[in-house]
Design a protein around this ligand. Structure first.
Ligand code: SF4
Length: 484
C-alpha cells in the first residue's frame, strides 16, 4: 500500500547513484554514474510523498506520471512502472540520463522545496527503463491499424523526428525518415558525448524503430537530393524536424585563426571516434584537444559537453569563459560540478575580445572582465564591461559554444514558400503545427529554437497527433470521392 511504502523522505536521505571518481572517469567516454541496485531504486522511490498536485509532473514537458511510477517502483512492481513511464515518453532511459532534472521535475519536487532533497526522479526513471530493456519488457513497435495506403516523410532523425515517426507508425502509416547524417539520433548521437549518453542506448532505440517498419534514408539532404516539393509529392504529409545547427559566431579580431573551431564540429568528431569511424580532422589534430591548452567560450550545456570532452582527450588545460556568473549560466549546475571535479577551470564574468593569431594559429584569448548590470528586456541581468579589466589566457584550441540558430531552410530546401519567423525558425500554425506549405508540418527546435531534448520529444508527440488528423481527413475525403 502506498501509505506503507511511500512518504519516507524524512527518514531516508536523498541518494543519487554513485558517481565514478573523477580520476577514474576522466579518460574514458563511459557514463559517469553507476546504476542503482534494485533495493536502492525502491528505497529512493519510496521517499516520494505522493503529492495531490505533483509539481514534478506539472513541470515535466511530457507530463510523465511520475508519482505513480515512483509508487509502483517502491512496491517492486517494476514492469508496471516501466509501462506507465513509456506511456508518455518514447525514450525514458534517454530522459533519465540527460534531462536537466534539477531545472524540471526534481527542481520542483516539494521535498526539494522543503529542504529534504528532491526524489531522485531521473535516476529512478533510468533504472526502470534499463531494467525493462534487460528483462525484455520493451515491446516491439507494431502498427495498431493498417493505414499503409498513406505515407509520411520526416526530415530529421533527431528526437522530435523519431518520436513522431514512432507514433505515426503505431497508427499504421508508412513512415520514411530522411537524415543528412549517416546515422540517426541527431544530437543524441553526434552532439551529446558518451559520458552522458552511451551511444548503444540511442542505437537500440533506432533499431527498434527500424524493426517496426520505419524506413531510414541516411546521407539524404533535402535541397541536394530532392527539393522539398519533390519530397512532398512522394508522401501524403511531411514533417520538418531538422533541429537548429547554425553555430552562433563571435565577432572579434583573430576569430578566423586556425584552431578556433565551432563546438558541434568538435563534438561530432569526438562522437564519431567513439563509433570507431575514421575522422581525418581528428586524426590530424585539428579537432582533437590532446596536449592542448583549450578555451571553451560559452555557458550552456554544449559548452559543458566540450570542456568535459577536452578533459577526456587529454588536454593540457581546460578553461571555460562565460560572460555571466555561475548563478546566471544557462547550463545545468550538476554539469558544472562534474566539470569542476574533472579539473575544468571556470572563468566567470569574462568575454573574449580578440584571439591572438600566431602565423595562422591561435595562441591565446584576450578577454575582458565583466559585471552584471541591470536586467535587460528578457529580465536577465545584462553583462557590462569593466573598464581596464582585460586579461589574456593561453590557448591553442578555442571552441566556440555560443548556441545555435536555424539554418536558412527555404533557401536550403529550394522552398521559397516556406515562411519563417524573424528568428529564422519555421512559422507554423499553433494548433495544427502545419507550416505555410499545405501538408508540411514542423516540430522541435526548428520551430521552438534551440531547446531541450525532452521538449523535442513532446513536440514530436504533439505533431504526430495533428498529422494524423490531417491524414485521416484526407483519407476520408478520398474515400468519399471514390464512392461518389
Ligand atoms: Fe513525489 Fe516530489 Fe513529485 Fe511530490 S513533487 S509527487 S514528492 S516526486
Amino acid at each position: 500500500m502506498a501509505e506503507k511504502d511511500m512518504l519516507k523522505f524524512v527518514g531516508v536521505g536523498q541518494a543519487f547513484p554513485e558517481k565514478r571518481p573523477a580520476a577514474e572517469r576522466d579518460d574514458d567516454f563511459l557514463e559517469i554514474n553507476r546504476a542503482y541496485i534494485l533495493a536502492k531504486a525502491e528505497e529512493q522511490a519510496s521517499r516520494c510523498s505522493q503529492c495531490g498536485v505533483p509539481f514534478c509532473q506539472v513541470h515535466c514537458p511530457l507530463h510523465n506520471n511520475i508519482p505513480d511510477w515512483l509508487r509502483l517502483t517502491a512496491e517492486g512492481r517494476l514492469q508496471e512502472a516501466y509501462e506507465l513511464s513509456e506511456a508518455t515518453s518514447t525514450m525514458p532511459e534517454v530522459c533519465g540520463r540527460i534531462c536537466p532534472q534539477d531545472r524540471l521535475c526534481e527542481g520542483n519536487c516539494v521535498i526539494e522545496q522543503s529542504g529534504h532533497g528532491a526524489v531522485t526522479i531521473g535516476s529512478v526513471e533510468k533504472f526502470i527503463t534499463d531494467t525493462a530493456w534487460k528483462e525484455g519488457w520493451v515491446r516491439p513497435l507494431r502498427p495498431l491499424s493498417d493505414r499503409s495506403g498513406q505515407s509520411v516523410g520526416i526530415i530529421g532523425a533527431g528526437p522530435a523526428g523519431v518520436t513522431a515517426a514512432e507514433y505515426l507508425r503505431r497508427r499504421g502509416y508508412e513512415v520514411h525518415v530522411y537524415d543528412r547524417h549517416d546515422r540517426g539520433g541527431g544530437l543524441l548521437t553526434y552532439g551529446i558525448p558518451g559520458f552522458k549518453l552511451e551511444k548503444e542506448i540511442v542505437m537500440r532505440r533506432l533499431a527498434r524503430l527500424e524493426e517496426g517498419g520505419i524506413v531510414f534514408h541516411y546521407d539524404f539532404e533535402v535541397g541536394r537530393d530532392m527539393t522539398l516539393a519533390q519530397l512532398r509529392a512522394k508522401h501524403d504529409a511531411l514533417l520538418v524536424a531538422t533541429g537548429v545547427y547554425k553555430a552562433r559566431d563571435i565577432k572579434a579580431p583573430g576569430v578566423g585563426a586556425g584552431g578556433v573551431i565551432p563546438a558541434l564540429d568538435y563534438l561530432i568528431a569526438s562522437n564519431r571516434k567513439s563509433f570507431g569511424d575514421s575522422v581525418p580532422a581528428f586524426e590530424n589534430g585539428s579537432l582533437n584537444a590532446e596536449g592542448k591548452h583549450v578555451v571553451v567560450v560559452g555557458g550552456g550545456d554544449t559548452a559543458m559537453d566540450c570542456v568535459r570532452t577536452a578533459v577526456r582527450q587529454g588536454a593540457a588545460s581546460v578553461k571555460c569563459l562565460y560572460r555571466r556568473d555561475r548563478a546566471n549560466m544557462p547550463g545545468s549546475q550538476r554539469e558544472v560540478a562534474n566539470a569542476e571535479e574533472e579539473g575544468v577551470v571556470f572563468v566567470w564574468l569574462s568575454a573574449p575580445q580578440a584571439f591572438d593569431d600566431n602565423a595562422g594559429k591561435v595562441a591565446g584569448v584576450r578577454a575582458q572582465q565583466m559585471r552584471l548590470g541591470a536586467p535587460d528586456a528578457s529580465g536577465r541581468r545584462a553583462p557590462e564591461v569593466i573598464e581596464g579589466g582585460d586579461f589574456r589566457v593561453e590557448a591553442d584550441l578555442v571552441i566556440k559554444a555560443l548556441g545555435f540558430d536555424p539554418e536558412d531552410l527555404p533557401q536550403m530546401f529550394g522552398a521559397p514558400d516556406l515562411t519563417v519567423t524573424r528568428w529564422g525558425t519555421l512559422r507554423t500554425d499553433h494548433k495544427t503545427m502545419m507550416t505555410s506549405v499545405d501538408g508540411v508540418f514542423a516540430a522541435g527546435d526548428i520551430v521552438r529554437g534551440a531547446s531541450l531534448v525532452v521538449w523535442a520529444i513532446r513536440d514530436g508527440r504533439d505533431v504526430a497527433k495533428t498529422m494524423h488528423t490531417y491524414l485521416a481527413a484526407r483519407a476520408g475525403a478520398s474515400a468519399t470521392k471514390a464512392a461518389a
